[in-house]
Design a protein around this ligand. Structure first.
Ligand SMILES: [Fe+2]
Length: 295
């Protein structure tokens, strides 16, 4: 999630930003959106250059992976829902859901602080101004001791997600949080895009049943319609968080709990999660991601 929005070319997309802001003015959370969005400073010239370079490199990386996969996965049957909407929903098996619930049950809590990001990842330099707000509305689960269980569950998702992309992918960031009803309109619960470089996608796994009652996410689809993610606990959604505007929807009462997973195109899949930190956004370059042997 970024203060400033970038197009696929790494240019600040003020026009699109203004369009979504205009359409949100009837939203009761508009003031909170403004408050959130106006905090902090914009990118420096050096940061803009680094973003442009990052976008160019990830774009080329994606093209190379696609080219390579045309041979390796030549017979793959692509997912039609994903091709149409850049979004795909599915549901974990009950045994995989139970594995994840068990992980969260025994996980300690961890604070979301500005310094929590590993090297090589873009992070929010203005984050400290929002620390108190995040602490008030959210609680974060420390799953760093549960890598193998998470990997096991994700390995079962590989065929469905590979059918969406048409190529392999790897996890480059993983975190898990509970969101309170008081969080309406705060941070990522206002309409926004994530501003990732090309090819980088989000997978959200809902550990509470997503919907208006128990909390969910709302996504604006390419045809202009709005989709509220709904289903049983264990529902997941894969979507392009850079091109599709979206927002978190808190529960009416109780906590909405999700796992938030960032994935990138890869020549060889890797489902061992990278815990890049709660203030880590995306890896600047493909070589910025720690190797599985370093995890
Ligand atoms: Fe987002």
């Amino acid at each position: 999630m970024e203060r400033f929005k970038l197009t696929d070319d790494g240019v600040i997309d003020q026009e699109k930003e203004e369009a979504i802001a205009s359409s949100s003015r009837d939203n009761p959370n508009w003031n909170e959106y403004l408050d959130w969005h106006s905090q902090g400073t914009g990118p420096s010239f050096f940061e803009k250059c680094k973003h442009k370079l990052s976008y160019a490199v990830w774009g080329q990386h994606k093209r190379l992976v696609e080219l390579y996969s045309k041979k390796v996965h030549a017979g793959i049957s692509r997912d039609s829902e994903f091709i149409k909407n850049d979004l795909k929903t599915g549901v974990l098996s009950s045994s995989d859901l139970q594995i994840l619930l068990d992980c969260v049950e025994k996980a300690p809590l961890m604070p979301r602080v500005a310094s929590d990001h590993i090297p090589g990842y873009y992070f929010d330099k203005n984050f400290s101004k929002l620390e108190a707000g995040w602490a008030e509305h959210f609680r974060y689960f420390d799953l760093r001791g549960e890598s193998e269980s998470i990997q096991k569950v994700f390995l079962n998702l590989v065929p469905e997600i590979r059918a969406c992309f048409g190529h392999d992918f790897r996890i480059v960031n993983f975190n898990c949080w509970g969101m309170q009803p008081s969080s309406a309109g705060f941070g990522a619960n206002a309409w926004h895009t994530d501003g990732f470089p090309p090819g980088i996608y989000k997978v959200l796994i809902y550990l509470t049943p997503p919907g208006r009652e128990r909390g969910s996410s709302e996504v604006l689809l390419p045809d202009g319609s709005s989709k509220m993610v709904e289903g049983p606990a264990g529902t997941w959604v894969l979507f392009n968080a850079t091109t599709l505007y979206h927002r978190g929807v808190p529960a009416i009462s109780g906590e909405r709990t999700i796992m938030n997973v960032t994935v990138v195109p890869a020549f060889k899949g890797a489902m061992l999660p990278v815990f890049a930190g709660l203030n880590a956004n995306f890896p600047w370059f493909p070589w910025s991601v720690p190797l599985p042997s370093q995890l």
